[in-house]
Write a protein that binds this ligand. Sequence first.
Ligand code: CU
Length: 231
Amino acid sequence: MRKTFVALTAMALVGSAVMFAVGPRLAGAQGGGTVEVEVKYNGAPQVEKLKVNKDTEKCGQEATIEKVVVGSNKGLANAVASAPNAKGAKPIKAVVDQHGCKFVPHVSVMAPGEMELKNSDDILHNIHTYSTANPAINKAQPKFKKTMTEKFEKPEMIKLTCDVHSWMLGWLAVVPGIAAVTDTNGVAKLENVPAGKQKIEVWHETLGKQDKEVDVKAGQTTKVSFEMKGK
Ligand SMILES: [Cu+2]
């Protein structure tokens, strides 16, 4: 009798644990679907190399500027995929690091609002944004200023440079809705996109912009492919 009681209690516990684990996931799935965005590029990668003659102990002897990064199966990396009209997105806060005299990551996405700029190098950097919808920023980030918080409240693709190291180049995509950056396979996943017709946009720093409409189904993954054309 006692054994049966223990067994029943254990089953009840397991049962409630399972319900607890499944419940919230089901609720999330009903709210939206996943859009898997694949971006391809048929052209050649564009990589510029530059000899470095400053702060070489941190920056190295050579800078690599990757303007078009093409990975396996012609996948285009560093493209911003977004569902700009999707409501209820969790705000993404971008963290951009000036590390090894590069902006890391090369392309960041953020919801309109605040972002963090780090300096992991033990040298002076500067942040110079070529923003027009948002106030342009041009300020020093000395080595003791490990983190700075900046505000970009209007949607815009912002070019980042450092006036101390002329080759440093990054992009900050201030995007409403849901957004992600493609990986080296050219894939970005947009999660929890509300079901129904959604505009999906793809942007690349040198190859421009495209958009398509997709029909998002709750709890399912919808795939959409783009092919960027060379300029
Ligand atoms: Cu710098």
